[in-house]
Design a binder for this molecule. Structure first.
Ligand code: PLP
Length: 392
């Protein structure tokens, strides 16, 4: 029998995602009877708030199970715009395009903005979908270190740069860009005539005051696509709901990508999203307070381990400890340490390199899990580190 015909070469430009790979490895170990502490996957450990679940279920029961308008239900587009306006972003309902999660919003925005050969600035370390989708669109991702602020971005701008991807709070570092830095970046984007794709899926999970969006800086909204998601804010990762907010003309083109890609986002999922945006918000304050306690617990625990230094993240739910001293002493690579933690000690973490070369020497640990699991993870990491110290 002859082999199947070749695939389109563009498929080779797409990368997978470390978190899903490590989760699969961890599940294999569990199937062999091993116990694993899961700190690899980036999602809240809570369930979707009951009033949100109820709204979704009621919509299914009421027969809201047919095609919806491709750009989203008018009520949800309006509520999303209100939500952005409350954060100082000048958005109307027709700027908002509802998508099946933050990822499609990101995917469609980059497909719409990246022409072949264009350079796109992406955070490194940063979310792996950024460089992957840029390559898929025919562009060249150029990494910048988010910790160096506007200067780090300015140094990487060339005549071919078209788009700047921002992610504050950042996955994996939890770093939050200050208002001053955002203003400097906004000035750079205007001076170099760049589009900004601002991934703000962790905007509500911040520990030092409210989140500030670059789209709130005057002059910048007309060159910015804000990507938002219900996954992290409302513990709705499995519902698949997010949106892009873009200038009106671009929003229409993004809608065309939705028409061609998914037709629409399920209406009953959108009804649940509407309840999330317009219903009681107390769960959010509770979630942030709980995550903050866990953050401090994990960061303090990690900083008590020799050879490990962990900065206190200002947002998201990841610790991103620097383990370079430890790696140097033990003669291990970042990936080898992460693999050893999983295979020999039953702690699933991600190597920083899953987020680009800038993540070498770091690990990413999600603290969106119970204190008992965090304690167990810290105990096992300590055990691994002392074993490495004895062997060195
Ligand atoms: N952007 C960032 C920075 C993320 O970390 C994630 C999920 O981990 C997403 C986008 C995708 O979120 P969603 O579940 O809404 O597709």
């Amino acid at each position: 029998m002859s082999a199947a015909p070749a695939y389109a070469p563009r498929l080779d430009t797409l990368a997978g995602e470390g978190a899903f790979q490590v989760l699969a490895d961890a599940r294999r170990l569990e199937a062999q009877g091993r116990h694993v502490v899961h700190l690899e996957i980036g999602e809240p450990d809570t369930t979707t708030p009951p009033h949100v679940v109820e709204a979704g279920v009621r919509a299914v029961r009421d027969g809201d199970t047919r095609y919806a308008p491709p750009a989203g239900l008018p009520e949800l587009r309006a509520a999303s715009a209100d939500w952005l306006r409350a954060r100082g972003i000048a958005a109307d309902a027709d700027h908002v395009v509802i998508t099946s999660g933050g990822k499609p919003a990101l995917f469609f925005a980059l497909l719409a903005l990246v022409e072949p050969g264009a350079e796109v600035l992406v955070p490194d370390p940063g979310f792996p979908a950024f460089p992957s989708v840029v390559r898929f669109a025919g562009g060249h991702p150029v990494g910048y270190a988010p910790a160096y602020g506007a200067a780090g971005i300015a140094a990487r701008i060339t005549a071919r740069t078209r788009v700047l991807v921002l992610n504050s709070p950042n996955n994996p570092t939890g770093g939050v860009l200050s208002v001053g830095t955002l203003e400097e970046i906004a000035e750079l984007a205007c001076r170099h005539d760049l589009w900004i794709v601002s991934d703000e899926v962790y905007s509500q999970l911040v520990y030092d005051g409210p989140h500030v969006s670059i789209a709130a800086v005057p002059e910048v909204a007309r060159r910015t696509v804000v990507v938002e998601s219900f996954s992290k804010t409302f513990a709705m990762s499995g519902w698949r709901l997010g949106f892009a907010a873009a200038p009106r003309a671009l929003a229409e083109r993004l809608t065309c990508l939705v028409v061609n890609g998914t037709s629409c986002t399920p209406p009953f999922v959108q009804r649940a999203g509407l309840a999330a945006l317009t219903g009681p918000q107390d769960h959010l304050a509770e979630t942030v307070a709980r995550l903050e306690r866990r953050r401090d617990w994990l960061v303090d625990g990690l900083n008590g381990i020799p050879g490990v230094h962990c900065a206190r993240p200002g947002g998201a739910f990841y610790g991103f400890p620097d383990v370079r001293t430890l790696l140097g002493r033990a003669g291990l690579s970042t990936e080898q340490l992460a693999a050893r933690l999983l295979t020999d000690h039953g702690v699933a973490v991600l190597p920083g390199t899953a987020f680009g070369p800038g993540g070498a020497g770091f690990l990413r640990l999600s603290f969106a899990t119970s204190p008992t699991q965090l304690d167990l993870a810290l105990e096992r990491i300590r055990e691994c580190v002392s074993e490495l110290a004895v062997a060195a």
